[in-house]
Design a protein around this ligand. Structure first.
Ligand code: BJW
Length: 247
């Protein structure tokens, strides 16, 4: 059985069968098997090639907008060319079979949960495929399509388009964050899948859920910074563990 390969799997399946409120917190690792690089682990990870503060902060963007814009354009093309994997699909399918039970909270900006059929996903860190004005609330802004600048700029005031993601030092959407906190407070079981647990406030959701009495299950082939709050660690890749767990 799967429990032979992943000790604790049968225990988690029993919890799943009895839970009314499940929260799932996902990170870059769930998309790894779709071919999307993670941020922190392995030689191909983004932060092995770039400094986080250069590429994922407003300061870094203002310093070199074209470099940062092109990095995001590269990632957009990469995401458009990949597919959701068996891990994303297993979550969507389980939620479909247990209506109203799962809150899916993701740190990922890749949209792969939605493409796998999940609805109501709480995107803590925004959406890669969308952009917005860097200076919000300037009424004059129009992009100059003909100029094809990178990033596109407003012909009148020079305001720049930027990806609609949450950079370091930026606040998460209050509505999304509040829904995620409520789910963490109320869940009986939280599954933490494919995240290093290094980035806050997202990682704090697992600690919050634990404090409120939830069982915590971590799915990750490597140790993470949240392992100490786990009741069960399923040490394997999400695209293998989740289909076995949620079949
Ligand atoms: C597999 C696998 C397989 C591999 N299957 N698993 C408290 C303490 C310390 C610092 C802070 C704190 N509170 C806030 C901070 C500062 C900062 C922060 O957390 N810094 C730390 C890094 C030290 N946080 C912020 O700045 C946040 N904002 C904030 O706090 O605002 C305060 C504020 C309030 C009011 C007004 C103004 C401000 C914002 C954080 C935004 C994070 N943004 C990024 C970039 C998004 C855009 C983009 O994509 O470019 O989000 S950073 C990056 O890290 C991305 C990710 O969502 C995030 C988390 O990474 P994740 O998903 O965990 O990936 P990895 O790579 O770290 O891990 C992958 C894991 O997968 C590994 O464990 C592998 O083993 C595993 N894996 N293959 C399953 N097949």
């Amino acid at each position: 059985t799967g429990d032979y390969v992943y000790p604790g799997l049968a225990q988690v399946q029993q919890w799943l069968a009895n839970t009314q409120r499940l929260a799932v917190l996902t990170g870059a690792g769930i998309s790894a098997e779709s071919g999307v690089p993670t941020f922190r682990d392995g030689g191909s990870a983004f932060w092995a090639q770039f400094k986080p503060e250069d590429m994922a902060s407003e300061k870094g963007f203002r310093r070199d907008p074209t470099l940062v814009w092109r990095w995001y354009q590269y990632r957009r093309e990469l995401i458009a060319a990949v597919q959701p994997n068996a891990g994303h699909r297993a979550l969507a399918s389980w939620a479909g079979r247990h209506p109203g039970c799962m809150t899916l909270i993701t740190q990922n900006v890749d949209g792969l949960h939605q493409r796998a059929g999940s609805s109501g996903v709480l995107n803590l860190h925004g959406e890669l495929m969308q952009d917005r004005w860097l200076e919000a609330g300037c009424g004059c802004c129009r992009t100059d399509e003909a100029a094809a600048a990178e990033p596109p700029r407003c012909a009148l005031c020079g305001n720049m388009r930027r990806p609609a993601v949450v950079w370091f030092g930026e606040a998460l959407s209050p509505a999304v964050w509040s829904a995620a906190e409520s789910a963490a407070n109320a869940c009986e079981l939280m599954m933490v899948v494919g995240t290093s647990g290094a980035v806050y406030p997202a990682a704090g959701l697992a600690i919050r859920a634990k404090r409120h009495g939830a069982k915590i299950v971590i799915v990750n082939p490597q140790p993470s910074e949240l392992d100490e709050v786990a009741d069960v660690l399923l040490r394997g890749p999400a695209a293998q563990v989740l289909p076995a767990l949620l079949a």
